[in-house]
Design a protein. Sequence first.
Length: 343
Amino acid sequence: MKINKTYLSLVLICSFFFAQAQDGIPTYSDYFSDNMYLLHPAMAGAANYNKLRLSARQQWFDQDEAPNLQTLSFNARVGERSGLGAIIFNDKNGYHSQVGGYITYAHHIRFSRSNVDLNQVSFGLSAGLIQSRLDETRFDPNDFDPVIAGIIQSSSYFNIDAGVSYNFLNFSAHLTAKNLIFQNRNLFTQDLEPNNQRTYLFSSAYYAPTAYGKWAFEPGFLFQWKERTGEQAIDVNFKAYRELEFGRVWGGLSYRRSFDGAEYLDGNEIKNQKLQYFTPVLGVNFNKFMFAYTYTYQSGSVRFENGGFHQITLGYNFLEGKIVRWSQDMRYNGMLRPNTKGR
């Protein structure tokens, strides 16, 4: 296929905008592997057990400087109404990289007497310190550009995420605003890097156990919108859970599609393409441990690489007190449901 380079560039920019061209932790599919806290600060301590999660994501193994991301997160309930959390991450995409950390406080207001008839509103606030770096040392010195200094440029900045979550019985909904403070990183020009990086995330899910008790299903979605550019994307998710003697096995599929596209030239014909991701996930819970593997495939006529994106998530749940007997039933959004086995 003969493709005009200008249009190809526009497609690539559109394709990677939601995943890489953002401040803080990129919005990949990490949350789909039992880690909603990465997206929503109000989920810190929302469950009555503490959660430790380690994830690693790598794109295009056969490409140098391919995007990769590592996150380590922990969140815990403190007392009856409070939750604390912390995240550290390392994100690299070609010559650009960012490292940082967040600390979170969440306040939970429960209107029910227990988790059995759960009715809870949660508010969360995360404060993050992020360092962005641009490595210009390997740029071609013969390709002169007065903007390029040929050094490693770095800039650190502070920002805040805030959100609210609501959990009622088997229904959950979350709204989060990320990067509330306008910040200049001073790595690029204002045209390429505006100081408004606000992103709004809204997600919801419904956990539906079957009458048989061994199976449960969970449809859900995630919608994201960037304030300055108006770009939007939606994830449509579905997960299935199966109770076994040793614990739980679960799997699911997520489909992401952007509302914005880009045109490209295919021969003499102008075509339009939008970002589309298909992300299957497979996970297992054994005692207090969790393991999940996620694979993301990008569809479309114009792609940078045919290979997919691989992600592994490891987890450990610290159970406490009365909820130990409910440990077999752990939803991906972090809440608990009574054990159907009656333990």
